[in-house]
Design a protein around this ligand. Structure first.
Ligand code: AMP
Length: 115
């Protein structure tokens, strides 16, 4: 992966993006290509982990922080309910190899997306 990742560059203000949440170890941005009324990406500040498998193995507490952030976003920007997606590997749809969770909320009935 090229470093810094596109997500780190947004966090640092080097390229534009809407930051929705910023804590000691994680941040969230609005996805540029939203698949639901709420479509955020929750990202650890470290670029150490390329996918959720590595993250769960290397720092499970950080994975729990990502899930807590997803819930906070759903409370603040949706009705508290959310869909959480991690793509793992290019053939599974992953395009940025700095682990991130897609958080989708306010999904219209019958409109579940395949990200
Ligand atoms: P994935 O395909 O799971 O790796 O997800 C990468 C996500 O990053 C996609 O949903 C893209 O729409 C999103 N994305 C790419 N570039 C940007 C950007 N500059 N700002 C916000 N989201 C982006």
């Amino acid at each position: 992966m090229t470093s810094p990742s596109i997500f780190t560059r947004i966090l640092n203000g080097d390229i534009p993006g809407e930051i929705l949440l910023d804590t000691d170890r994680v941040f969230a941005i609005r996805d540029i290509n939203p698949q639901a009324p709420l479509h955020a990406l929750v990202i650890p500040k470290t670029e150490q982990f390329r996918d959720v498998t590595e993250l769960a193995d290397g720092d499970p507490a950080l994975l729990a922080e990502i899930i807590a952030a997803a819930k906070q976003l759903a409370d603040e920007h949706a009705n508290g309910e959310y869909r959480l997606i991690f793509n793992n590997g290019a053939s599974a749809g992953q395009s940025v190899f700095h682990v991130h969770a897609h958080v989708l909320g306010n999904i219209e009935e019958g409109d579940l997306v395949g990200l």
